[in-house]
Structure formats: C-alpha cells, structure tokens
Design a protein around this ligand. Structure first.
Ligand code: NAP
Length: 329
C-alpha cells in the first residue's frame, strides 16, 4: 500500500515521505480498513516534530482520525467487510495511508448521509469537545462558555457543542475572517484577539463576571488572559498549546478566585474509561441527526498533498477541519 511516513523529526514538509509500505496486519482486537478520508489534527504536526507527549519510533505513519471501509473485522465484532466506519487509530497514527488498523471498539458506523470528509472529523475532534465540556467541565445550560481559537478544529467543534448544550458562547480567534467563521458556527459573540482586548471584551460581555467555562487549545498568553476572565467557580479546560508555550496557574490565584484548572487528555479515556467515549459518541450521533452539530470541513487535499495540508494547518491559515481524501467513495 501507499503510506506517508515520518522518517526523521522535523517540519512535516521536510520529513514526510510517500512510500510503498507493507499492508498493516490487524491484531486480534483490530479492524483493517481501506482509508477513504483522514482528518488532520495539530498533534500530527507535533508528532512529526517529535514534540508531542507520545513519540513513536521512526519511521511511522501519522494520522489519528479517519473514515474507512472495513476490509476485515475481528471475530465477534458486529462490523462487516464493506461497512463505512469512522474512528481513531492508536496514538502512533496510521491514518495517512491507503490501509489502516484501529481497535474494533474505536470504530463506529458512519451516520446515514454523512460525507466521508465530515465523518473523519467526528471522532477525536468532537469527542475532545464533548468529553472536555461535559465530562470534565460539567458545562450547564445557561452558563457562559469561552472558546479560544474558535475557528480552528477543536474550537469549531466546541462552539457547536456549547450551543447544543444551551450555553452562551463567546468565541475568540485571530483575525476578522476567523471571527466571522465563529459567528457562522453559532457563537453568540466573537472577539478578534489579535485586534481587541480579550479580557476587557469578555468582562464587558459578561457584566464583569467572566466565563463559567473556558475551553483553551492555545495556552501561552491566551491561557494567562483566560485566568483573568474565568468566573467564580469557573472551570478552565486545558486542551492544548498551539501558541507553543505551556503556561502555569499559581495555586494562590486558583484559591483567591475560586476556580478550577481542568486537564484534558481525551485519548487516555480509551484505556482508562472507554464508557465515557461510548456515551459521548451516542450523544454526538444524536446531535448530528438533529442538525445541532455539523463538522466544518474547510479544505480537502488529495493524499499526495498531505505535507502542504499540514503546513497550512501549522501556519495558522486554516479554519475548521482540513481533510485528506485517500480513496474515492
Ligand atoms: N487535550 C486533548 O485531548 C486534545 C485532543 C485533540 C487536540 N488537542 C489539542 O488542541 C489543539 C488544537 O488542535 P487542532 O487540531 O484543533 O488545531 P487548530 O485549532 O485547527 O489549529 C490551531 C489554532 O491555534 C491557534 N494558534 C494560536 N497561536 C498559534 C500558533 N503560534 N501557531 C499555530 N496556531 C496557533 C490558531 O487559531 P487563531 O489564529 O484563531 O489563534 C490556529 O488556527 C492542539 O494543541 C492539540 O494538541 C488536544
């Protein structure tokens, strides 16, 4: 099969090679799929650079969420060859290839009528939002949710999920075009944090209270600002560090302002508590069927252009999800 491989750590465009590789051999609990579409995630870039929390041995094939067609399913699974499934590979990846393996428990039938490109983004991206907002932050109807990098992958999902949960959503993003995307995704208020004072604007919009829940994939200066505008008894969810700086929260600040900083490592639920993922997926299917969520796929690249697609994601130019199309549907 044709597969992208990371041959050394560095920028995606420098270290990715499209190679002929042996077909992957599924383990007893894994399903083999022919990949139809694979969604890009910021961790793919970090995995190429060797700066992600997991560092697979070289060479490896990146790509962590996909839509595929079942080729072979393990005994006892209710999946059949030909079924169209969405799901996630292991942390080491494998989705940027013609064939991939994933645990049968991490593969779900694609909802009726859902295009491959959107289905590829329903797993990790929306799971992270759902588990982060509901299981970790306990977001309640009527609360205020602040989403940073709201026009990005996990941010765009969090805006939709926040609205679906009955929250008032304030989104922030870099630049007027991204702010417009946040509004179109359903945000009640959108702030351009490259041009406006984020702290002052959120205080103004919340009557000085701040946001009950902050969902922050950016870290760095944005996390520092978020600590100033998280409400009494608020929950600040640490999603990621696309800014490149891992911030700190002094314990005395948590005490004085009476808020919580909530860590989120969604992938670990696959081993620690898979029932959380199963329950979230059932709710995501319901929300999709009701039209409350719909992954924003802004650009689709052919498989051969994966390095360009990852470079675009790394350079902060993309909105929503970027997907590579691997096989024709
Ligand atoms: N905790 C978990 O379980 C989990 C799961 C999935 C993903 N994540 C994390 O979530 C984060 C977002 O991932 P994603 O795939 O959804 O990416 P993305 O949001 O599509 O892209 C990253 C966004 O971060 C913002 N950003 C701010 N400073 C940046 C910089 N210096 N360079 C690049 N981008 C910058 C940009 O939005 P603006 O221009 O609007 O600022 C950019 O669009 C990543 O850190 C990822 O590791 C965590």
């Amino acid at each position: 099969m044709r597969a992208w491989q990371v041959t050394a750590n560095g920028e995606p465009a420098d270290v990715l090679r499209l190679v002929d590789a042996p077909d992957p051999e599924p383990a007893a609990d894994q399903v083999l799929v022919r990949v139809r579409a694979a969604a890009l995630n910021f961790p793919d870039i970090l995995l190429c650079r060797g700066t992600y929390q997991e560092r697979p041995p070289l060479p490896f094939t990146p790509g962590i969420e996909l839509t595929g067609e079942v080729v072979r399913a393990p005994a006892g699974s209710d999946l059949r060859p030909g079924d169209r499934v969405l799901g996630g590979t292991s942390a080491a990846g494998g989705a940027f290839a013609e064939l991939a393996v994933l645990r049968a428990t991490d593969a779900y039938r694609v909802p009726d009528g859902m295009p491959d490109e959107q289905a590829a983004a329903l797993y990790l991206t929306y799971q992270t939002g759902h588990v982060g907002l509901h299981h970790r932050a306990r977001l309640q109807p009527g609360e205020t949710l602040l989403v940073t990098a709201g026009a990005g992958g996990v941010g765009s999902a969090a805006i939709q999920l926040g609205k679906a949960a009955g929250a008032t959503v304030i989104a922030c993003a870099g630049g007027p075009d991204k702010v417009q995307v946040c509004r179109e995704l359903g945000a009640d208020h959108a702030i351009d944090y490259l041009a406006e004072d984020l702290v002052a604007r959120v205080k103004e919009l919340t009557g000085g209270r701040g946001a009950d829940v902050v969902y922050d994939p950016v870290g760095g200066d944005i996390f520092d600002a978020a600590r100033r505008i998280v409400a009494w008894e608020g929950r600040l969810v640490v999603v990621g560090f696309t800014s490149g700086r891992i911030p700190s929260a002094p314990a005395n600040h948590l005490l004085v302002k009476n808020y919580s900083v909530v860590g989120l490592h969604w992938g670990q639920y696959r081993t620690h508590d898979p029932a959380v993922i199963t329950a979230a997926h059932a709710d995501l299917e319901r929300l999709y069927a009701e039209g409350a969520i719909s992954p924003l796929v802004s650009s689709t690249f052919p498989m051969a252009e994966l390095p360009q697609a990852l470079t675009a994601l790394a350079s902060r130019r993309t909105v929503g999800k970027v997907v590579v199309k691997v096989a024709a549907g």
